[in-house]
Design a protein around this ligand. Structure first.
Ligand SMILES: [Zn+2]
Length: 199
C-alpha cells in the first residue's frame, strides 16, 4: 500500500513538471511579479526619498529655528540680567530716596515744632508785652520826667574859652575868667567835648 502511494505522488510531480504549459505559466507569473516590482518599487522609493528629503529639510529648518531660539534665549537672558541689575539699582535709589524722605519729614516735623514753640513764645511775649505795656504805662510818668531832664540838658548853659575844643563849667580854672556862655546843644553841635578838669 505505501509503495503504491509514493509511486502515485512521484508520477503526479513528474507529470506536473513535464507539462510545459505549467512551467510557462510559472515563468510568466514570475516575470509579472518582477515587472510589477520594478514599476512599483522605484516610485515608492522615490516617494520615500522625497519624503525623506522633505523631512531632512524640515529637520534642518527646525534645527535653525532651535539655534535662533537659543540665541534669542541667550539675548533674553542677558536682557533679564540687565533688567535685574537696573531693578536692583532702582530699588537702591528708592531706598535712598525713602530715607531722604524720612529725613525731610523729620526736618519738617522739627520745623513745625520749632514754629509752634515760636508761636507759643510769641503769644507769651505778646501777653508779657501787654503786661509790660501796662507796666510801661505805669512807668510812663518817670520816663517823661527823664525826657524833661533831657530838655533841661539841651537848654543847659556851658562855658567855652576863646581857644580850645572843650566846654566847661563857669568856675573852671582853665578858663581863667575868660570865655563866654553858649548852650550845651550848641557846644555839642560844634563838636566840643566836656572838659576833664571841671567835668
Ligand atoms: Zn574846664
Amino acid at each position: 500500500m505505501k509503495n503504491e502511494n509514493e509511486l502515485e505522488t512521484k508520477t503526479i510531480k513528474n507529470n506536473f513538471f513535464k507539462d510545459k504549459k505549467n512551467i510557462a505559466i510559472i515563468v510568466l507569473l514570475f516575470l509579472l511579479f518582477c515587472v510589477s516590482c520594478a514599476y512599483i518599487m522605484p516610485t515608492d522609493v522615490s516617494r520615500y526619498e522625497n519624503e525623506l528629503t522633505e523631512l531632512n529639510n524640515q529637520i534642518t529648518y527646525l534645527q535653525s529655528q532651535i539655534n535662533n531660539l537659543k540665541t534669542e534665549n541667550a539675548t533674553l537672558k542677558e536682557e533679564k540680567t540687565k533688567l535685574e541689575k537696573d531693578k536692583n539699582n532702582l530699588e537702591e535709589q528708592k531706598n535712598t530716596l525713602e530715607s531722604e524722605k524720612q529725613e525731610l519729614n523729620k526736618k519738617i516735623d522739627e520745623l513745625a515744632k520749632a514754629k509752634e514753640k515760636e508761636e507759643n513764645s510769641a503769644t507769651l511775649a505778646k501777653s508779657s508785652s501787654s503786661q509790660l505795656s501796662t507796666s510801661a504805662t505805669v512807668t510812663n510818668s518817670p520816663s517823661t520826667n527823664t525826657s524833661s531832664s533831657a530838655n533841661n540838658n539841651n537848654s543847659q548853659m556851658v562855658w567855652v574859652g576863646n581857644t580850645g575844643t572843650k566846654y566847661h563849667k563857669q568856675n573852671c580854672r582853665t578858663l581863667k575868667g575868660n570865655g563866654h556862655q553858649i548852650t550845651l546843644q550848641q557846644a555839642l553841635a560844634e563838636g566840643r567835648e566836656a572838659c576833664k578838669v571841671c567835668y
